[in-house]
Design a protein around this ligand. Structure first.
Ligand code: ZN
Length: 171
């Protein structure tokens, strides 16, 4: 019959050793936590730096949540314009090739004709919530007037004449 194993009573030095182990353990835990915190701080700093570099310096951007006035810092208000419509027919253009003043193919939803004295050709415009490119001119398009390209003469007639506040994208 095996004798029941008896626990050796803890000596004073055993207790001191246990206390030392506990202190080392706590110290390691604190060091680990501090390291993790420092790491998170560095990661945040890197992330913030990346975000800052993603934007052009000095340009403040905001979430484009407001329609049709979006990113007010990047869009300059030009005030109200009389908006009319045209298409690539002889009545509207005197030709039917649909080639704009800037050499592009006139496209509904993108092409508008402007007075280049008022709006430089190539400008991006925001009209009634839709972005257009000023890529054409027209004999009757002078001053605060914009001609919006449509796919057919019927659609252009349907558009008629409207007044909209026009914004130009800051370059
Ligand atoms: Zn027409």
């Amino acid at each position: 019959m095996n004798p029941k194993p008896t626990k050796r009573p803890k000596t004073k030095s055993d207790k001191a050793f246990e206390r030392l182990l506990m202190i080392i353990g706590i110290a390691l835990l604190i060091a680990f936590l501090l390291g993790a915190l420092a790491g998170a701080g560095i990661n945040n700093a890197i992330r913030n730096k990346d975000t800052a570099e993603a934007h052009e310096p000095g340009v403040l951007t905001v979430a484009a949540a407001q329609e049709p006035t979006k990113e007010p810092e990047l869009w300059i208000d030009l005030g109200p314009f009389t908006c009319v419509a045209y298409d690539a027919c002889t009545d509207c253009c005197g030709k039917t090739d649909g080639i704009t003043k800037t050499g592009t193919k006139a496209t509904a939803g993108r092409t508008v004709a402007v007075d280049p004295e008022v709006i430089p050709l190539g400008s991006t415009l925001l009209i009634d919530g839709q972005e257009y490119i000023a890529e054409d001119i027209g004999g009757a398009i002078k001053g605060n007037k914009i001609d919006i390209f449509h796919n057919s003469h019927a659609e252009a007639l349907e558009y008629g004449k409207q007044t909209h506040t026009v914004q130009i994208k800051a370059e």
